[in-house]
Design a protein around this ligand. Structure first.
Ligand SMILES: C[S@@+](CC[C@H](N)C(=O)[O-])C[C@H]1O[C@@H](n2cnc3c(N)ncnc32)[C@H](O)[C@@H]1O
Length: 411
């Protein structure tokens, strides 16, 4: 039975600082997620997908003090709305995170600081004079010590030693962790462990400009990130407040996770977009899956190895290209023939995928015999994979053996 109810997801066009004190009940909210302007001192602008609407909001402030006072005011208002079991997540970046952490401590108390989540992602922009920024910060605070926190377990890291999983451990007098043993030096088998608690560094892909989930709203957050925050802090039916809802990603995540939700934004275009998304949303592939780069990648292991072995760069999530090789004269695209693919299909796929790409040549790696492609385009080079060559040698050997044994039998 579908228990989700879209009517419990509401978006309001208002200033958060005016609306919240009057319209939200005290102590009623389980999760407050604040994603305010970050103090970028610029106008945040982006075109929506059809390039008809320019979405924008101002992140310009008279001074750092005026920014901090604005955030302080909203935090104080939010605190009174947060339930005693609730959690508050403040999203920011290095522009002002250091000031905001101090501010949060002063409002919620140092003792109610729970975590600084680092949302980490890959970016491809160019920077030469300093390191490429590829994370944002999310501070997590509770109002009291009675907060609700859903423990999420994750897989062990690949480097985990099997003994760590199967044997009980204790701390010795010096605090050093050791395997527990009885007087005869026999180990104690541990209870079945069900993973490790979720870390505070989350690898979640940034929505790239071509992602289907992307709406074109500047600073739009991935639904996957929003869902993770909900899973930690909410149960079904809990109420979420999002005072700076922007494109409404948290609202969509609230709906998916069966929560009630109120999103506020003073930008009328943002609220129109939220209403549109409410009826017709798309979650990127990574959001449906488990949320790491492994699940985001779709290139087969063997194909990836092949691409890497010729010093090319593997390309994920492209229908026709598996890799790009950078030669002295220009770029060369590579496509490996799949098991269920004829060579003409492979050629068509790489041709189509590279139409808009500045490729000097295209290499098709043939892995098996299929149809015969009569006219190979000039810029396509077909080479045979090692596997294909070895298989040919084996089948030739088999044929030779059959012929020799037939001769011996006088056939
Ligand atoms: C960082 S964006 C939020 C992005 C959003 N989380 C998303 O996933 O799309 C900040 C938003 O705060 C809104 N905003 C700025 N000042 C506001 C205020 N006083 N009250 C309500 N919304 C405000 C802006 O219009 C902008 O949409």
């Amino acid at each position: 039975m579908n228990t989700k109810n879209i009517d419990t997801i509401k978006f309001i066009c208002e200033s958060a600082e005016n609306y919240i004190p009057l319209q939200v009940k005290d102590n009623s909210v389980q999760l407050i997620y604040l994603d305010p302007p970050f103090f970028k001192q610029t106008e945040m602008q982006m075109y929506c997908k059809n390039e008809k609407t320019l979405y924008s909001f101002s992140d310009k402030w008279d001074s750092l003090d005026s920014y901090i006072n604005f955030i302080k005011d909203i935090l104080i208002k939010c605190k009174s709305k947060l339930s005693n079991h609730g959690l508050l997540f403040l999203h920011c970046d290095t522009s002002a995170s250091h000031y905001l952490r101090v501010l949060l401590d002063s409002i919620f108390g140092q003792k109610n600081f729970l975590n600084e989540v680092i949302w980490s992602y890959r970016r491809w922009s160019n920077t030469s004079s300093r390191l490429l920024e590829s994370h944002q910060n999310i501070f997590v605070y509770s109002k009291t010590k009675k907060y609700k926190f859903n423990r999420i377990m994750t897989e062990y890291s690949p480097t985990t030693n099997v003994d760590q999983l199967l044997q009980d451990r204790i701390r010795d007098g010096n605090g050093v962790v050791k395997y527990k043993k009885d007087e005869n030096e026999n180990i104690f088998p541990s209870k079945l462990k069900n993973g490790v608690p979720l870390r505070d560094v989350w690898e979640i892909p940034f929505l790239n400009p071509k992602a289907k989930e992307r709406t074109g709203y500047p600073t739009q957050k991935p639904i996957e990130l929003m869902s993770k925050i909900i899973k930690i802090s909410c149960n079904k039916g809990d109420f979420i407040l999002d005072p700076f809802c922007g494109s409404g990603s948290m609202g969509i995540a609230a709906y998916i996770n069966n929560c009630k939700y109120l999103g506020i934004d003073k930008n009328v275009d943002a609220i129109k977009l939220c209403e549109k998304r409410k009826n017709d949303y798309y979650i990127s592939q990574s959001a449906i899956k488990d949320g790491n780069y492994q699940s985001f990648n779709n290139l087969d292991h063997e194909i990836k190895n092949l691409i890497v072995s010729v010093n090319a760069i593997p390309i994920e999530r492209n229908k026709g290209l598996d890799g790009i090789y950078s030669s002295a004269d220009g770029l060369i695209g590579i496509r490996v023939q799949r098991k269920n693919e004829s060579i003409s299909e492979t050629i068509n796929l790489i041709e189509r995928a590279s139409k808009t790409k500045p490729l000097l040549k295209k290499i098709v790696i043939k892995t098996h015999d299929s149809d015969f492609f009569e006219i190979v385009p000039d810029d396509i080079i077909i080479i045979e994979s090692l596997e294909y060559k070895i298989n040919n040698v084996f089948s030739n050997c088999e044929n030779d053996v059959k012929k020799t044994s037939k001769k011996r039998c006088g056939a």
